[in-house]
Every structure is written in C-alpha cells, then in structure tokens.
Ligand binder design. Structure first.
Ligand SMILES: Cc1cc2nc3c(=O)[nH]c(=O)nc-3n(C[C@H](O)[C@H](O)[C@H](O)COP(=O)(O)O)c2cc1C
Length: 320
C-alpha cells in the first residue's frame, strides 16, 4: 500500500470512532455534511471471532457508504488472527487498532490503552493483520499510560516498522481520560518524524472548531484530524471546516437546520435500528443538537420523557 493509495481512500476530515455514537446513521449524517470518512465504534476482535451478531452489526455500512475504517480492540494478536476472516468479509477500507480506550472494563483485559504498556504487542498485531490482507492498517493510540510513561514515539515506531499505513495520536495519556488539554506539540514531533515515510499521520484531541482543525493540519503538519466530541450534535463541523480552509470564514448552521438535521438523523436511526432501539439510543444525540439553543430546556425535558419517534419529533418541533 503506497501513500497515494491510502490517501485516496480517506481524506483529511474524519469522524472519529465514538462507542455509542458512530453507528451508520451518524456516519451517514456526517458524510452528507462533508466528512471525508468515518471510523466505526470499536468492535471486539474476540466477539467478532465468535461470530456475535451484535458485534457484526456494528460493521454494517449504510447504503452507498464508501470510506469506512473498521476499528477493532484486542489484548493480543491471537483474537485478531481469529477474527480476520469475518472482518475481511465486511470489506473494511482500513482496519484500525484501538490502543486508546481508557475504560476499565477494556483495559483490564489488556486491550485499548493497556497496549501502550506493551509496545511489542502492537507490532505483533499489525503484522498479523498484514499477513492476512492487503487492506491498509492504522493504529490509534495515546501519548502513553500516564505522565511518567510517555512513549508515543517508541510506540509509533513499533507500529510503523510492523507496516502500519496510518497513525492517529490522541494527544492525552490514559490517566487523563478525556480531561485536561491535548498536548498539540506531540503532533509536530510525530508528523516531523514520519514526514516523507508515506505513513499518514492524523491527530485527535480537542478538535472542537474549524480553527482547531486548520491549526492541527496547517500548523502541526498533520495529514488530517478526527472530530470526536466536537462532532456530536454538530456534524456541521465538517462543512464549516471545509469552508474555513477554503475561504478563511464559515457560516454557522441556523436553528432550523439543526432541528431538521436532528430529525433526519432520527429518521435514519429508526430505519436502521427500529423505533424502540433508535428512540433509546438517539436521546443523547438529539440533546446534543440542542446544546446552546436558548429556551431549549422544555424541549430537552420532553426528549427525556419521550418513548416514540413521534414524541421525539414533537419535542424538536417546539423549537421551530
Ligand atoms: C463517548 C466516547 C466514545 C469513544 N469511543 C472511542 C472508540 O470506540 N474508539 C476510539 O479509538 N476512541 C474512542 N473515543 C475517543 C475519541 O475517538 C477521541 O480520540 C477523543 O474523544 C479525543 O478527541 P476530542 O477531545 O476531540 O473529543 C471515544 C470518546 C468518547 C468521548
């Protein structure tokens, strides 16, 4: 896989993996508003190897979905080797390995950010995937386990020498979780080191505005960024960022567009997952679309109480 081959698959503005959020409905909304590609929610390699239906469902595309990065998590190369046949059957555009998840349930198995403590293992996992497929491989990792064990450069080197085609750094330690500021200086160190290598270098962490994304790409030499919390309830961020990078300014979505997009997102979720599941899962996303709208308190309360699609729509309509 050459640089041009992987960079033809995905572009600079990606929707990050977000467990509980980046299902096919959210990805479809984000891509309709300018995202250059998206990452699935993290998928257990062990669950996939065992053929779990719910696990496989996380890898389904929406009709016409193109650039889909499928992310797996595993503590070692063994479940990765066993899940490859099922994973490849979903034709991932890129296979990503989660080395950043800080959740105790995942970490105590040795997966997610626990891999930061065992850099040799990431090399074995990357080589296992490379031996099974030509699909590009990417690795998403953190600065290190905690501030006394910052090892992202050694970790990146290990992944790169095993053949990784793309590296995404979430510039926080596992100990930081999602709080504290991402350390952007690490992006420059990483992108400088791999400049000219053909490996794509992406950044994650505190990408909340078009200015954040432009600074990371233009100022820190990254090939792209992943929008995470900044895209929840705000998929317009992709369109705004493209506009900003072209013209130096951007237009915020109107309240009408926010409500209309929230409704479209709800419709897609209902069509893909059924009304019951969609209504339960969409509440947090719909609330996020209303963030910052003044006078939205009673609409949010009505969303909280709603149990049908019609009730959710009625709650949104009170703001039009
Ligand atoms: C609710 C939530 C779920 C997440 N799920 C995943 C995941 O499944 N895989 C992953 O690699 N990162 C996951 N992340 C991390 C994000 O992809 C991203 O790296 C992190 O939020 C930092 O970006 P931000 O500060 O711009 O939000 C998750 C983050 C949040 C807040």
């Amino acid at each position: 896989m050459t640089e041009s081959a992987i960079s033809r698959i995905i572009g600079p503005l990606m929707l990050a993996p977000l467990a509980g959020y980046t299902d096919k409905a959210f990805r479809e909304i984000a891509e309709s508003l300018g995202a250059d590609g998206a990452v699935t929610e993290m998928v257990s390699a062990e669950g996939l190897a065992r053929g779990g239906e719910k696990t496989e469902a996380l890898l389904e595309r929406y009709p016409g979905e193109k650039a889909l990065v499928m992310q797996i998590f595993a503590p070692s190369d063994d479940p990765v080797a066993r899940c490859m046949e099922r994973l490849i059957a979903h034709a991932p555009s890129v296979i990503d390995i989660n080395c950043g998840c800080p959740v105790p349930k995942v970490v105590k198995t040795g997966a997610g950010s626990a891999l930061m403590r065992e850099p040799g293992m990431i090399g074995r996992i990357v080589r296992t995937i490379k031996a099974a497929t030509d699909t590009p491989v990417s690795v998403k990792f953190r600065l290190g386990w905690d501030s006394s064990s910052i090892n992202y450069m050694d970790f990146a080197e290990e992944a790169a020498s095993a053949g990784a085609d793309m590296l995404t750094l979430h510039a926080r330690t596992r100990a930081q979780g999602y709080s504290g500021n991402a350390d952007r200086s690490a992006f420059r160190t990483l992108s400088g080191h791999f400049s000219g290598s053909g490996i794509l270098i992406y950044g994650s962490g505190d990408v909340f505005t078009p200015e954040d994304a432009a600074e990371m790409i233009d100022g820190y030499g990254l090939d792209g960024v992943m929008f995470a919390r900044g895209a929840i309830g705000n998929p317009f961020i992709f369109r705004m960022t493209k506009e900003y990078m072209q013209k130096g300014s951007y237009t915020l979505p109107s309240i009408g567009e926010r409500i209309e997009t929230a409704e479209r997102h709800l419709s897609l979720a209902v069509s893909y997952f059924g009304e019951h599941t969609a209504c339960r899962e969409m509440k947090k996303q719909l609330m996020a679309y209303l963030k910052g709208i003044s006078g939205a308190a009673s609409a949010k309360a009505a969303i909280g109480r709603a149990s049908t699609e019609e009730e959710l729509r009625a709650a949104l309509h009170t703001l039009l």
